[in-house]
Design a protein around this ligand. Structure first.
Ligand code: FAD
Length: 386
């Protein structure tokens, strides 16, 4: 069978691209190897899909070329997606910091995308595995359900995270097959693992409001202690910028000036650790370093010792040795190099007619709806070019 456009991967980016391409009159086939499309959308945002972020800007993305995402994000904005959500009468709310979530269920977003696919006339094949792609004048895509000819092929197979719901390295393999450069991948928006002996499993479940800094980027949200290290939104955000060799810097009392606080209470005979439990969970205070100092009374501390306590709480250096891996990561950093693609259309510079969109590209967003906005925007760009 022949199509103008064949899209591989029925996730956020692939579905959106299919809608735009078909709406423009292109005969469009969407191929998904899983039993259903949009499975990541369904589990996203705790089942409520944080489908966009009103404050989306290029600065919220990580890529070897931080400017690459600019054009696509400008041409399809969070407001555009909100209009579509409204048109389908999907109720949503802003949780915090511009993050929009479905009020009811993320399933509504998948239903909306499928309804738009149907209206535009997209052919959707699920449970269909591609075995080979070759290019002569046109692309020949061989699948377990037969082979297809297409003028354009769009790779929308996402990253490596959450393999249990369909993630595969297919997109990277196709890039390699066609000699397209890639940026090394690694799991991100993911919990981090501390060195053996330094993880405090007794703290698992405790959460602290903190400011976490990695590679010059600071995030103020909760951190959550886990059996092997730390998680929570502030750590997930920082994981995008974390490098094995450099510790994260944690300010555990970002709202307060610990030095002022200790100075103003310096006449009291209360133990430093007891005093701190007024601000931090007691179980956590028990595990802080500088045990000797924390056991002393406030009125016995010298100025230098107050400085040391302040530094420990405002600039705690925490080393991590690993991430919890692709099985737990929300996204994959790296991917198809942006040097290889047109930022206007997502088309390969080397292989005309071959496009890469969504997470398979080396563009990764922060936590908070940015990754879906990239999927919609890059899908829109390609859908309007094919
Ligand atoms: C648990 C979790 C929660 C998340 N929550 C949010 C959130 O609330 N907000 C947000 O912005 N981002 C969130 N993300 C990230 C977001 O889901 C992804 O960035 C986004 O889905 C990427 O879209 P995509 O279309 O590029 O890839 P995907 O959505 O992963 O879609 C890729 C599709 O391709 C299919 N596929 C793979 N290989 C093949 C193959 N060989 N042949 C055919 N089909 C194939 C897969 O089955 C899949 O359906 C979350 C991620 C996870 C894992």
């Amino acid at each position: 069978m022949e199509f103008d456009v064949l899209i591989i991967g029925g996730g956020a980016a692939g579905l959106f691209c299919a809608i735009e391409s078909s709406r423009r009159g292109r005969r469009t086939l969407l191929i998904e190897h899983g039993p259903r499309v949009g499975r990541k959308i369904i589990i996203s945002g705790g089942g409520r899909c944080n489908f966009t972020n009103l404050g989306t800007a290029p600065e919220n993305f990580i890529s070897e070329n931080p400017h690459f995402c600019r054009s696509a994000l400008a041409r399809y904005t969070p407001d555009d997606f909100v209009k579509l959500v409204r048109k389908h009468r999907i109720e949503y709310y802003e949780k915090k910091l511009g993050q929009l979530f479905c009020r009811d269920s993320s399933r509504r977003i998948v239903d909306m995308l499928l309804a738009e696919c149907e209206r535009a006339g997209v052919t959707v094949n699920v449970g269909c595995s591609v075995t080979r792609i070759s290019k002569d004048r046109r692309f020949r895509v061989e699948t377990k359900q037969g082979s297809y000819l297409a003028d354009n092929v769009v790779i929308a197979t996402g990253g490596l995270s959450f393999p249990k719901i369909g993630a595969s390295p297919f997109g990277y393999q196709i890039a390699r097959q066609f000699g397209i450069e890639q940026v090394p991948t690694r799991p991100s928006l993911v919990a981090l693992v501390r060195p053996k002996g330094e993880a405090r499993s007794e703290l698992a479940g405790i959460s602290v409001d903190a400011e976490v800094t990695a590679d010059g980027h600071t995030f103020r949200e909760n951190i959550l202690f886990t059996h092997r290290g730390m998680s929570g939104p502030a750590i997930l955000q920082a994981s995008n910028y974390w490098h094995k060799e450099s510790p994260l810097h944690l300010d555990l009392m970002p709202e307060l000036d610990v030095k002022d606080l200790l100075n103003s209470a310096s006449g009291r005979a209360v133990q430093v650790s007891n005093f701190l439990t007024g601000y931090l969970p007691a179980r956590f205070v028990e595990t802080l370093p500088e045990k000797a100092l924390l056991g002393r009374r406030l009125n016995s501390l010298s100025d230098r010792e107050i400085d040391r306590v302040s530094e420990m709480l405002h600039d705690w250096h925490v080393k991590f040795v690993d991430t919890e891996g692709y099985g737990r990561a929300e996204v994959t950093l790296g991917g198809v190099s942006t040097k290889e693609l047109s930022s206007q259309t997502m088309e390969s510079r080397k292989v005309p007619g071959l496009y890469f969109i969504g997470e398979v590209v080396d563009v990764t967003g922060w936590l908070g709806g940015y990754n879906f906005q990239w999927a919609w925007a890059s899908g829109f760009a390609a859908g309007n070019a094919v």
